[in-house]
Structure formats: C-alpha cells, structure tokens
Design a protein around this ligand. Structure first.
Ligand code: 2PG
Ligand code: MG
Length: 409
C-alpha cells in the first residue's frame, strides 16, 4: 500500500497581503500534493473557523499529520473523518478549518499525482461521476465579477459583486472571450467618463461615486457593444446584503434609500424588471429568514436564488434551507466547511434537490490555487465564480478550465 511519507506546512502571502497556509504532503512513492487556502472578507457567521496562520501550521505539523499518517491516503473519507473527529467541534475551532482543509486538499492532490490522474478525474472518482467525466466533460459557466463594491472595495457601492454571465450553451473558450470583451469594453467606458479603472479584491473595477443603478447601466452598455443583452449575455449579482444591514433595515446609502425587507423586495423587483438577471446571491442577511422566504417565493421561477453566507457549504445547514425553501442555488467554497468530503456531500445533497451548484473562489486567494476549477469540472457544477478576467489569482482559475478543455478534446 502507498503510504504517507512526510509533510511540510508554512505561511505564504495571499492576494490581499494577508498570510495563509500552504501544505505539502508527500507519499512514500514520492508523489507530492500541495494546497493553499483562500480567505473570505464577507463571511457567513457559521463558516469553519480560520485560525491564525502560525497556529494553523503548528496544528498541521504536530497534531494532524502525526495522526492521519497511519491511514490509507487514498481513503479520502476516512482521512477527513479522522480530522473531524480529532477536532471534535462543530465549526472546527479546535484545529482550524484552514489547517484541516489544507491537509484534506493536499492529500487529494498527492493521490491524484500518484495515480497520474488530472485532479478533476480523481475528484470525480471520490464523487462518483467518473463515467460522466470520461464520457464528455461539461464545464461550469463563468460568472465574471466586473464591478466590485461592498467589503471588496474602498468605494461606496453597496452591492458586493456585479456579474456578467455568458449564455449556458456555448463552449468554455467562447464564454471566457465574452468575459474578456465585456470587461475591456467596460474599462473603456469608465475611462472615457473619467472614472477610476483601479480594481477591487476580485479584479472588478471599483469606481467611486457610483450607484447600483449606474453600475448596471454601465454594464449594460459594455455588453451591448458586442453582444445581445438577455440572449447572449445576462446579469447576476452577489448583493452580500449583510454588509448594509443594520437593525432590521437595509441601507443603500449611495441611492439615499433605507429599506425594510419588504421595501428591499420591491427594489429587487424593480431591478429585475429592467435588467436580465438570471441569478441573485445573498439578497438578504443570513438571519433574515422571512426575507429569504419572501424573496424565493417571488423569484424562484424567474431567476436562480443563490445562498452563500446563509448556507456556508454546510450539509446540515442545507437541510434547513431546503426544508424552508430559502434558495434554489448554492455557492460551494471548500474552506467554509473545512474538508473535501463534506464539500462533496454538500454538492450531492444540493443536486439531489435540483439546486444550481456554483463553485467559488474567495476574495483573498492565491495565484497558484486552481482547486475549484477541477472541482467544478469533476462534479459537473453549473457555474464557477472566480472574479473578473483580471488579476493573476482570478485568471489562473479560468485558465485551468482552458487547460482541461484543450487536454480533454
Ligand atoms: C462571496 C465571496 C467570493 P468572500 O461573498 O461570494 O466572491 O466573497 O470570499 O469575501 O466571502
Ligand atoms: Mg457571496
């Protein structure tokens, strides 16, 4: 049996000038698996706990690896369950979600390398989609976050992400071309009107003195230069409403609106009547359950209602979301839950209830980490959220999809 040999773990710098953990696992046959862990800025309250990086590194080296090294590295479920048991807390506060996930993902990569399989094929085996993947890969459609606000930029935009979405029926290369063309057109338009074209954490532009309506108008113009709006290219947004929620109200300061949940619903109705939205993420604060219920009731037939902070890739919380009909789609971020196995269980459960699956990066990410691209292909995710087609840590994920595309043909 191929066994574990050794581990290295140390801190590296992420895209936001914060420290994060990098872990390297070596198997007895010399195969190496490396992982780096991303970091969120707008986090759900029930995400796996991220420990300070020094502590996380120490836990990998002294508490986790000495225990898991006795097990078969190819038994991903076992390894993940051993770590969950060792931690013993609901949100991995003891050993840290970042420490545990760094081992979980590095083990998967080491095993894929040992088997000489591309990572997505190895994950597909774990997930049970090997056949689907070898019959013909389907690629997730990219959600390009072309304007940044909320906690991802120092501007005054309340909504966190304004997304441009190619139609679903085109190949990945064409879909990426759309992202690049619309992004470039938007840059020109902003530049022409003397707005800053500096970017936010996810590579989208972050102009000052903007409003939600103005953002959507600019995007509409940028799309319209080359594409048919509502036919070839659609709109999406991650509102991340928690960032402008306070004591029962949602305040979009740049438009001088302070709204109750009912008024916010009307505001969304207005936006959806003007622009071809196919997806809205986190329209309400995660604890505003009546808001989510009303929103889903109103929009479930018109667009995808996406839960992120509300469900945090947690299979247990997903039960509640399904039971109360709070959303029709989910964001998948492995570091919200802390192991690959739990992430795969979450996806399975979501899919079995007909929900749309969106694999996602984090706003603090690394230029070497493309795990979500392989994950998206392996599980047949509907969409991938990896920011704008700009900034190294964003484009590396899109480019990994191209690499898979060209190697699989
Ligand atoms: C989100 C993410 C990624 P963060 O809210 O969906 O876009 O942001 O990583 O800051 O949580
Ligand atoms: Mg989100």
């Amino acid at each position: 049996m191929n066994k574990f040999d050794s581990v290295k773990s140390y801190k590296i710098i992420n895209s936001r000038s914060d420290w994060t953990i990098r872990t390297e696992i070596v198997l007895k046959d010399g195969s190496v698996g490396v992982s780096t862990i991303p970091e969120g800025a707008s986090k759900g309250e029930r995400e796996a706990i991220e420990l300070p990086v020094e502590k996380a590194v120490e836990n990998v080296l002294n508490k986790i690896f000495p225990v898991i090294k006795a097990f078969d590295p190819f038994d991903q479920c076992k390894i993940d369950n051993v770590m969950i048991g060792l931690d013993g807390t609901e949100f991995k506060s003891n050993l840290g979600g970042n420490s545990i996930l760094s081992v979980s993902l590095a083990v998967a990569r080491a095993c894929a390398n040992s088997r000489k399989l591309p990572l997505y094929r190895y994950i597909a085996e774990q997930y049970g989609t090997t056949k689907a993947v070898s019959d013909g890969i389907s690629f997730p459609t990219p959600l390009f976050n072309v304007l940044n606000g909320g906690k991802h930029a120092q501007n005054n935009l309340s909504f966190q992400e304004f997304m441009v979405i190619p139609a679903r029926n085109i190949n990945i290369e064409k879909a990426l071309e759309i992202g690049v063309n619309v992004y470039d057109a938007l840059k020109e338009l902003l530049h022409k009107d003397n707005y800053s074209t500096g970017v936010g954490d996810e590579g989208g532009f972050a102009p000052s003195d903007f409003t939600v309506h103005k953002a959507l108008e600019y995007i509409k113009k940028a799309i319209g230069e080359k594409y048919k709006i509502g036919k070839e290219v659609f709109f999406g947004t991650d509102v991340a409403a928690e960032s402008f929620y306070s004591k029962g109200n949602y305040e979009i300061k740049e438009e001088g609106r302070k709204m109750t949940r009912e008024q916010l619903l009307d505001y969304y109705k207005e936006l959806v009547s003007i622009y071809p939205f196919i997806l809205i993420e986190d329209p309400y604060y995660e604890k505003d359950i009546p808001g989510w219920m009303e929103f889903t009731k109103e929009f479930e037939d018109k667009l995808i209602v996406v839960a992120d902070d509300l469900v945090v890739t947690n299979p247990k919380i997903l039960d509640e979301v399904i039971e109360k009909k709070l959303a029709t789609g989910v964001i998948v971020k492995p570091n919200q839950v802390g192991t690959l196995s739990e992430t795969l269980n979450f996806i399975k459960k979501a899919k079995s209830h007909g929900m749309t699956v969106i694999v996602s990066h984090r706003s603090g990410d690394t230029g070497e980490d493309t795990f979500i691209s392989d994950l998206g292909v392996a599980v047949g995710a509907d969409f991938i959220k990896a920011g704008a087609p700009d900034r190294g840590e964003r484009v590396v994920k899109y480019n990994r999809l191209l690499e898979i595309y060209h190697n699989h043909k």
